[in-house]
Design a protein around this ligand. Structure first.
Ligand code: FAD
Length: 179
């Protein structure tokens, strides 16, 4: 659960399921109750209260890493270039970094659009692809695919100081163009 603005928040539940598992809003609550059976009451509350017709139930997967983001005067950015597992909260952030870098090269080039896009690709490919790989590794760890590994991750998380979490987030940000 995360605050959005005012008294609003967003929430999501994630469950590893086989690709193509049917999604029917009429079943969401029963399925979630089963998946989260035995979890604490704050987890049960939104399951009781949410409107199954007012939520999205996407299949989440990542893409890449891709070898190229650019061909001639065409450039990919955001998820089209590097759809990322949401486990580091970085997909949208990387899209914004793309925009910053792309805009800077396009507005300052005195060579050509193609050259600006090429520079964008060189700068962004390594960074965004590294985040894709890191988030993929994290996704394998934390969604209960291997319950022992996931349990260890939760234990480590519980033992960490809050500043260790924020420091880790800062390291990701400081490695990017918004430092
Ligand atoms: C559960 C979850 C949690 C996440 N949490 C975070 C987070 O905490 N922090 C973070 O930074 N990121 C997060 N992300 C990732 C983030 O949502 C995406 O990385 C981001 O939305 C990508 O932006 P985008 O503009 O590239 O693509 P999108 O947001 O997918 O935008 C693409 C748009 O193009 C439209 N479109 C598609 N095809 C066509 C067409 N043919 N013609 C016209 N329009 C079209 C689509 O309708 C859509 O509006 C999360 C993702 C998920 C699934």
């Amino acid at each position: 659960m995360m605050p959005v603005a005012g008294d609003r928040f967003y929430f999501f539940f994630d469950v590893p399921l086989p690709k193509g598992t049917p999604a029917n809003p009429d079943n969401y609550k029963a399925e979630l109750k089963e998946h989260f059976q035995g979890w604490a009451q704050p987890v049960q509350n939104p399951i009781e209260l949410f409107d199954p017709y007012g939520v999205a139930r996407p299949e989440i997967h990542d893409v890449g890493p891709l070898d190229r983001f650019v061909k001639g005067r065409v450039a990919l950015l955001g998820d089209s270039a590097h759809a990322t597992c949401p486990d580091m909260g970085q997909g949208g952030c990387q899209a914004m970094e793309d925009v910053l870098v792309l805009t800077n090269y396009l507005t300052t080039t005195n060579v050509s659009v193609e050259d600006a896009l090429k520079r964008y690709e060189i700068e962004r490919k390594a960074r965004a692809n590294a985040v894709v790989q890191k988030a993929r590794k994290r996704a394998k760890q934390i969604h209960g695919k291997n319950p022992v590994v996931t349990q260890q991750w939760y234990e480590q998380l519980a033992a960490e100081k809050p500043t260790e979490v924020t420091d880790a987030i800062a390291i990701v940000i400081l490695a990017g163009p918004m430092r």
